[in-house]
Ligand binder design. Sequence first.
Ligand SMILES: Nc1ncnc2c1ncn2[C@@H]1O[C@H](COP(=O)(O)OP(=O)(O)OP(=O)(O)O)[C@@H](O)[C@H]1O
Length: 240
Amino acid sequence: MMQLSLENAAVRLDGTLIFTGFDLDVSSPGVTAIMGPSGVGKTTLLRAIAGLVPLSEGQRRCDAKIAQVFQEPRLLPWQSALDNAGFGLRAAGFSHAAARVEAEVILDRLGLSAADRAKHPGTLSGGMRQRVALARALAMTPDLLLLDEPFSNLDPPLRDDLRGLLLKIVVERGIAAIVVTHDPIEAALVADRLIVLGGQPAQKLADLTLSPRPQNMAEAYAAAADFMRRPEIAAAFARV
Ligand SMILES: Nc1ncnc2c1ncn2[C@@H]1O[C@H](COP(=O)(O)OP(=O)(O)OP(=O)(O)O)[C@@H](O)[C@H]1O
């Protein structure tokens, strides 16, 4: 069983305390959204969860295979979609051929045709590039998938489509996912659990279980309106 925990965690960047007193325990599949206003420290927290920035206080325990997706796809421009999607596997020691086989399966699942898989990032649309970035992470068969505003650069119809597909894959594979977002609707649409960050330095202001997951936009708006009415959450967003 996977486990990721932070205990009383704080991170300081260049002397500035970004967040403090943060506890988190993730040990089962499901989607946790980390929501907060722009600049509050969500990306820094996600990097700390990934082990990419050291804690200045507290403890991190990680017994999970982690893969990450960023707001922008960060692909290698000189490699095909297929080789980009297999990049993490090759870095983990898979042969080129084996990485391609795995990458092909997941790219296909994410909607890239054989013709698209052969293309280089520069000739793919933004939505296709983000699919390749998702494929690169999913090909690693992570138990914990970290996503930083993964759909915010996409147009709404594409965003809805990709969000739905990703949710389906995460549920099917029993992956635990942590999604950073500043958007309450996005959080309502994806999350089983909602963590709200606010203040300066940032702290956890709320940690809620959401259920059931909205089945359409109207339900998502209603769910978001519901949690945004909570005083501790409203206050986090009122400050900006
Ligand atoms: N090296 C640094 N030194 C000092 N402060 C920093 C440093 N890097 C980031 N910050 C500050 O830390 C805060 C949190 O940044 P972070 O990117 O984690 O927030 P965020 O919630 O993800 O923001 P956004 O939604 O805009 O991406 C910001 O106010 C930023 O200015």
